[in-house]
Structures are given as C-alpha cells and as structure tokens.
Ligand binder design. Structure first.
Ligand code: ADP
Length: 262
C-alpha cells in the first residue's frame, strides 16, 4: 500500500525530526542529510514535488554553542534556535548542492495559519518555489513563538503545511517503524499496524492512553496530524526515518510502515 501511495502522489510533504537528523553525539549528521537529500533529489527527478518540514534548530545550535546546553531561560532557548536555524539550513543547503538543487527557508507560527492574507502569501510562495525546482524547508519560527502562538510540534506543522499546499501525501519520519497496537517501547510484543482506515477509532484508543496500553505521548501528535490531513483527503505514511535509504525503500515496497488512508 505504501508503495502505491508514493507512486500515485505527485505533491509530497516530508517531515523529519531532530532525532532522525542527529547522530549519537547529538550533532546534525551530515552523512544522513546527504543520503536523504540524494533520495529526495531522485524523487524530484522522477517528477515529484517535495516540501520538507525539518526540526533540528536546537540540536544544530547546541553543536555550535555547546556551552548553552544547560541554559533553561526562554530567551536563551530562542536565541539558541536563532543560531541553530542558520546551521540547520546551511547543512541542508550543502546536502542538496550535490544534486544542484536550491533550498528556501520558511519559518512559520500558529498565527500565520489563522490569517487569510498570510496563508495566501505562504501558498503562493510555496507554489513559486516548487515550480522553480527549489525545495522549501519549513520549520516553526521558534524565536518569535512564545507559548500562546506556538504550533508546538512539527507533526502538526507538517499537517498544516500539507493542507495549505494541497499536498497529495504526507510522510512523517520518526524513530519507530509506524503505529503499533501498543507502545512498542513498553511492550516488546507490540505489533505494527500497517493500515489505518478508521482514524477516529485509533484516536479514541490513544485518548484512553495507558488504560488500554495503546500508548500516549509522541504518538498522539502523529494521530492528530493524520486526522487533520485525512479530513482533506490526503493520505499519510508514518515510518522510521533511520532505516537505510528509507525513502527509496518505502517507494520500492521493501520497508514497512503505517499507511493512514482516507
Ligand atoms: P518524534 O520525535 O520522531 O516526532 P516521538 O518520540 O514524539 O517521535 O513519538 C514517537 C514515540 O511514540 C515512539 O518512539 C514510541 O515510543 C511512542 N509510542 C507510544 N505509543 C505508540 C504506539 N501505539 N505506536 C507507536 N509508537 C508509540
């Protein structure tokens, strides 16, 4: 099913998280970015249009300003993201350079999605960048995002972006192979759910949380993202971003994951 979803979709939003981008020392992994960019470039050459949603500004910031690792003050956290965002984009730019592809940075907040003029401008910019063969890389604008206007997590940001751009597929990369019938970190016998057709039922199970061992925490934002895009008829794939050449493997049908179907 995942293979078919990727084959059929022309406009794809891909979300990649800090855990996936970082190596074991907590730095942005350049080899990983290069491998990932090469796969995205191949997809573009095959006729796909791609938007990336990338976290990792904090991780990248800590790589350059390690002495700030224990600063908890919000202004330091935001300042760290300001530094890290530059590093993150520089790393992506270098990774895509090999294939001759340019990247464009888009930083958004919750407020941007609530304002019709802003959403129109964002849509137009996204369409222009993609039409020109440039890869937009979206992240939350952490330096202006105080609590009240935060989107809060990039699963939601990716879903909002997919709807905004009228994407045909959303792919979320995490540190698990997909949705399990129980939290796989707590239950070794948890089984991968390869297809979800009734998102409301899954959501209720997550809401019930620990009571039924289905799991809480990180998975909830992914279920919310699925529900959001599915309501616009956009399917979603949840897969492990750390698997070898994961985009190619998913497209070839050799890597498992969860397909959320409208
Ligand atoms: P990311 O940082 O990649 O966005 P998160 O750590 O926020 O991912 O969320 C993924 C985590 O959710 C998994 O590593 C897993 O521990 C947890 N989880 C809880 N319940 C489930 C479940 N039913 N299926 C899959 N993962 C689950």
């Amino acid at each position: 099913m995942i293979r078919e979803l990727i084959a059929q979709a022309r406009k794809i939003v891909i979300k990649i998280g800090s855990n996936t981008l970082a190596d074991k020392d907590g730095r942005i992994s350049v080899p990983y970015l290069e491998e990932f960019a090469a796969q995205v470039t191949a997809l573009i050459r095959s006729g796909k249009q791609i938007i990336l949603v990338s976290s990792g500004a904090r991780v990248a910031g800590l790589s350059s300003l390690g002495k700030w690792v224990r600063k908890q003050d919000i202004h330091y956290k935001q300042a760290l993201c300001a530094v890290g965002q530059v590093e993150l984009m520089a790393a992506w730019r270098r990774a895509f350079e090999a294939g001759g592809i340019h990247v464009g940075q888009i930083l958004l907040t919750q407020e941007d999605f609530g304002d019709s003029i802003r959403t129109l401008n964002m849509r137009n910019t996204l369409f222009t960048l993609v039409d020109e063969g440039i890869i937009p890389i979206i992240n939350e604008n952490d330096t202006v995002s105080v609590e009240e206007i935060r989107i809060g997590d990039n699963d939601t940001l990716a879903a909002l972006s997919a709807v905004l751009w009228s994407a045909e597929l959303l792919i979320l990369f995490s540190d698990i192979d997909g949705l399990y019938d129980k939290n796989p970190k707590e239950y070794p016998d948890a089984k991968l759910v390869e297809e979800v057709r009734d998102i409301a039922a899954v959501r209720n199970a997550v809401a019930a949380g620990k009571a039924n061992s289905f799991g809480t925490g990180g998975i909830a934002t992914k279920i919310d993202a699925a529900q959001r895009v599915l309501s616009y008829g956009i399917p979603m794939i949840l897969a492990h971003g750390g698997r070898p050449r994961v985009l190619e493997a998913l497209a070839a049908g050799t890597q498992a994951g969860t397909a959320f179907l409208p």
